[in-house]
Ligand binder design. Structure first.
Ligand code: PLP
Length: 422
């Protein structure tokens, strides 16, 4: 199943992976900040919230854990993850079919590495999927999505891509979505599941933002259990991106891929650091404190997202309200004439100019697989003090007061953007 590649081929593949515009924007932001310019960081998709206190305590209590762990992951943690899936999505997994890895990013890559398949990707999609496919040496095809269709993959477009690509296929569905902030309804998931089943597509359901759904969260694994691998982790809902702990849940029918994952783990990262795995058990177990933390986090994200979306929409930009996670995907297409008059021809230049002229860092649509000349960008609304926001969320403040108290930088950034586009 694993494709064979010579060293020369691998080196050749690496040459074709360009540093993303994200890195360029980050470098430029830093350079401008070093010169004393104030930059509002709408670029980085990192949780603004602190890791919940009970989880931090669990890490402290386990600092002494020093042994190498099983390549699949610590058994009590795998049991906690399987229980979590049962509790949250009514999905049944044996703890034997859970793989723990250093972030879901690594796990997704390892799945791609273990497959000899064509990768079908919705455009827009998260920045790392395409380079990961390239690194893994597999072919891929972009499936266009549209603003009118809320940037979601439709069953029709998915089916067309399946017809275009004979042979084994894999697709990564991410919801709530980075970069669009959109998620799928039960009916949409069911329709996509029908296509996946018909063409035997392996689905990687990237549900890293699942717990940050503003409404209820459903998994495509409910409708296509036999062909879906669900990936998740601590990075987003638990504010612990730097802890590097991801999970992948496999159905019995895809055990062959899981076995490859263990081989890859045993020859590369071995296992996630032991104290982190012990602490993660607490994060996946049910606790009122964690439910409260999540409820507050989601209410805050919803307020901040609505504030940004309402103001930018009022300035004439096209945006769908966030349904979960930290992102808004903004289309400045209604401002095309004005932007072209200013000599701006593509999303990369638009992002660079916004950074230089108004000190606002966003990521251009091209980084997510959108056409270069389309005026789209992703805005991550996380440049605020999450700890302070968690303390204030229950004080019944109106949206405007809440933003004034906790999110001054976001307010400045949104004002800059609205002035620019007006
Ligand atoms: C859509 C998406 N998937 C996966 C990841 C990777 O998360 P992890 O920290 O678990 O590797 C990210 C992180 O930004 C993401 O946005």
């Amino acid at each position: 199943m694993i494709p064979e590649h010579s060293k020369v081929e691998i080196a050749e593949r690496l040459k074709h992976i360009k540093p993303s515009a994200t890195l360029a924007i980050n470098e430029k932001s830093k350079a401008l900040q070093n010169k004393g310019k104030k930059i509002v960081r709408f670029g980085l998709g990192q949780s603004p919230f602190p890791v919940p206190a009970v989880v931090v305590q669990a890490l402290k209590d386990n600092a002494h854990q020093k042994d190498y762990l099983n390549t699949k992951g610590l058994e009590p943690l795998r049991i906690a993850v399987a229980d979590y899936h049962k509790r949250v999505n009514q999905l049944d997994y044996s703890s034997e079919n859970i793989q723990i890895g250093p972030g879901s990013k690594e796990l997704i890559y390892d799945i791609l590495l273990a497959l000899d398949a064509t990768l079908l990707l919705a455009s827009p999609s998260w920045v790392s999927y395409e380079p990961q496919g390239r690194l893994a040496g597999i072919n891929f095809e972009w499936i266009p999505c549209s603003y009118e269709g809320q940037w979601k993959l439709t069953a029709e477009a998915f089916e067309q891509a399946c017809k275009n690509n004979p042979g084994q296929k894999v697709s990564i569905l991410n919801y709530p979505n980075n970069p669009t902030g959109q998620t799928y309804t039960k009916e949409e998931l069911e329709a996509l599941a029908g296509v996946a089943r018909k063409y035997k597509v392996v689905i990687i359901a990237d549900e890293i933002y699942g717990a940050l759904s503003f409404d209820s969260h459903h998994s495509i694994a409910e409708y296509y259990p036999e062909g879906t691998i669900v990936t998740a982790g601590l990075s987003k809902w638990c504010g612990a991106g730097g802890w590097r702990l991801g999970t992948a849940a496999f159905p019995e029918s895809l055990k062959e891929i899981l076995n490859y994952m263990s081989i890859i783990a045993s020859e590369t990262y071995t296992s996630v650091s032991a104290p982190i795995q012990y602490a993660a058990i607490t994060a996946f177990q049910k606790a009122d404190e964690l439910d409260l933390y999540l409820d507050k986090s989601n209410r805050i994200l919803k307020i901040v997202s609505s504030y940004c979306q309402q103001n930018l929409s009022a300035a004439g930009l096209s945006i769908h309200p966030t349904m979960g996670g930290f992102y808004l995907f903004v289309s400045a297409e209604p401002k095309r004439e004005m932007l072209e008059r200013r000599g701006i021809k593509d999303s990369t230049t638009l992002a660079e100019i916004m950074l230089e002229e108004i000190g606002v860092a966003v990521l251009p649509g091209i980084d997510f697989g959108r056409p270069a000349e389309e005026f789209t960008f992703r805005l991550a609304f996380v440049d605020f003090d999450g700890e302070q926001a968690l303390q204030l969320i229950d004080s019944q403040l109106e949206q405007e007061d809440f933003i004034n108290r906790c999110c001054q930088d976001i307010k400045v950034g949104i004002e800059q953007l609205t002035n620019y586009f007006n």
